[in-house]
Design a protein around this ligand. Sequence first.
Ligand SMILES: Cc1cc2nc3c(=O)[nH]c(=O)nc-3n(C[C@H](O)[C@H](O)[C@H](O)COP(=O)(O)OP(=O)(O)OC[C@H]3O[C@@H](n4cnc5c(N)ncnc54)[C@H](O)[C@@H]3O)c2cc1C
Length: 406
Amino acid sequence: MDFNDTKAEAEFRAEARAFLSKHMKPLSPGETNNMLAERDDPDTITRAKAWQATKKDNGWAVLTWPKEFGGREATPIQSVIWNQEEAKYRVPPNIFGIGLGMLGPTIMAHGTQEQKDRFIAKMARGDEIWCQLFSEPAAGSDLAGLRTSAVKKGEDWIINGQKIWTTGAHFSKWGMIVTRTDPTVAKHAGLTYFIVDMEAPGIEIRQIKQINGGSGFNEVFFTDVKIPDSQRLGRVGDGWRVALTTLMNERASIGGGGGGTRTEDLIRLAKESELNGRSAFEDSAVRQKIADFYIRSSGLKYTGYRTLTALSRGTTPGPESSIGKLVGAPLGQEVSAFAIELQGLAGSVMGSAQEGYLGSPGLRIAGGTDEIMRNILAERVLRLPPEPRLDKDSAFRDIPTGPPTK
Ligand SMILES: Cc1cc2nc3c(=O)[nH]c(=O)nc-3n(C[C@H](O)[C@H](O)[C@H](O)COP(=O)(O)OP(=O)(O)OC[C@H]3O[C@@H](n4cnc5c(N)ncnc54)[C@H](O)[C@@H]3O)c2cc1C
């Protein structure tokens, strides 16, 4: 393992810094860009779109995308370096991640030339925002159990059903939706994938109020919504394969491996907080707890560096990259809970610790729950026997739902 930049990486980092400092102000010490609750504020969306356009016009957006789609074919490690550097500046929240990270690559892999020409450039520049309409009230981890239907009528498809947890649906122009087009075949086989105009008649978007005060995601209801056949992505009945491209790109999103920083924030907070008439940092139980977090976050940081080293050498990261989310998300929850405890009564006031704490359970669910991540590690890494999947070969309409009939 080598944690230092190579010469080429250091040059790339310097180039990124020069661009960033020309356009953005650096964060002050201790300041973060955690602005989840403000994401849907119109002013934030305007600023985010302007920043995305500036990046695109100067060659700093969609770094890893192929040149034919406006990218610069940067390596994954260059993309990580860019993310690390951008996170040091006071930039607007990234509301384009789902489109650029997951949906764009899906259109590149499965779209017609006409679809690529119509959608990709506007997505890359942030002119049009995208959302992902996969989860339903009864289909999350078991995504292939989804029930929103699409029925062909002339040159259109008619969509009926409900999606939920759709991040950014309320400010998106386009969505990607997986629907059931044939309930008479096995559940994975009867799905078809579409691009849907979020302003089409029959779509109702209801924002979900979150515990941290934000409303980042939505319920989306479809009543006789028309989608032209030209917006179908992939073949009829091939939606599961197209959806897997989206999901694989979701899992490939790589973090910056900065697990140590939270502990530094905790140390600063403990020094500033009072416990039994003296600095909380002098309390042995507090020190013990911080040492425990430090050990765990260091393990996470160096495990992240193994992934970065693999990327830097141009090889594929091993199973260690699956561990990051499973260990990191619960750790974040514990650290933010302890930060609130340290603040005593002041901890009940909404601030960054409180916002982090209330948002942290969601990170254990989004992109695969803890249990699903464990199943993946058990089956694909440890090669343990798979879970029984009794409904895999039945026609979808024959899978029992609700209580058994007497
Ligand atoms: C912040 C956030 C943003 C999101 N954004 C989007 C979005 O933009 N678009 C979108 O489509 N969805 C989005 N989601 C939804 C997300 O994909 C689902 O919440 C997730 O897939 C889990 O599905 P579920 O909520 O239906 O839970 P379920 O799948 O019903 O799971 C409930 C519980 O059962 C457990 N469980 C389920 N199956 C198994 C199993 N086989 N073995 C062991 N335990 C199991 C789970 O671990 C969990 O504890 C988002 C979620 C969050 C939290």
